[in-house]
Design a protein around this ligand. Sequence first.
Ligand code: NAP
Length: 323
Amino acid sequence: MTDSTPEQVVIIGSGPAAWTAAVYAARANLSPLVFEGEPRGTELPGGQLMLTTEIENFPGFPEPISGPVLMERMKAQALHHGARVISELVARVELGAPPFRVVPNYAPAVLARTVIVATGAAAKWIGLPNELRLAQSGGGVSACAVCDGAMPAYRNRRLAVVGGGDTAMEEALYLTKFASEVVVIHRRDSFRASKVMATRVLSHPKVRVEWNSEVADVLGDDAITGVRLRDTGTGAERDLEVGGLFVAIGHVPNTAFLGGQLETTPGGYVKVVPGRTATSVSGVFAAGDVIDDYYRQAITSAGSGCMAALEAERWLVHHGEAP
Ligand code: NAP
């Protein structure tokens, strides 16, 4: 683990994609080294599932499992099979030619024959203190309707969705299955979403839109009771009673540390060979939400982590570098 002895596989990240890649690479005797990140403010390593209270749609868990517990168990499984972990963020990478160089914040740099980038994407939040507090405590604020919307607490309640893009439209339509009413809160007077999605939302009998409105505050102590809306034209404020708030104002893939060395999509996600995890640099693979602006699920992320580890293993064999 020094600058002079290259690792077979270095995995960057600590969500479902990273730990699944670590399990597969460890079982292939590649002794992967995982940079899992480090606590930053209120954020812990483990990715977006650290903000999910109960997961009901990860196969194998008939009873709900909490996001942090699922991540701990994935990590424990990877360690059990021989993965090693450094609890640090990667500051930068040098991907010019293999062996690649991975430079963490404090520990010595590491050389790597293959790298798997699984750093995920962060949901954007409005930035209100009560919003993040209630998101972290499971108090009825979420950035993923498909993950959380089916929970009993949201049944037959009025639910609000913030945003005017395709994600907000999808979340609003999904929530109509459970809610008594879905209110889409959008800061302008027209949606950015594709016409077909916008039309579906606008014609749905359970959905109404608060145009030209922004959320000025989230109300409630242990659980959300409502939102304070501000008219973006007049500045007038009023309260709307809701039983849940779903923030759908976009995601940002965590790619800054790559310094533009991997090709990305127009949205900034790491570009991979379609249906694979190979990136624009041979020997560097990417998996999970950092390549996915479409599914964004723990299970799809885990699946692509598996693919990345298998591809890294085959790359090493093909290049005569397998142990
Ligand atoms: P997006 O297209 O960037 O839309 C974000 C929305 O949130 C916009 O309406 C924006 O308002 C609003 N917004 C941003 N910051 C805000 C803030 N601070 N406060 C209030 N509102 C804010 O993001 P997305 O909907 O996640 O979609 C991302 C990409 O994935 C898009 O290309 C989309 O087409 C694609 N996608 C496709 C599908 C599909 O095909 N089924 C599904 C989901 C996503 P403004 O409009 O005023 O800027």
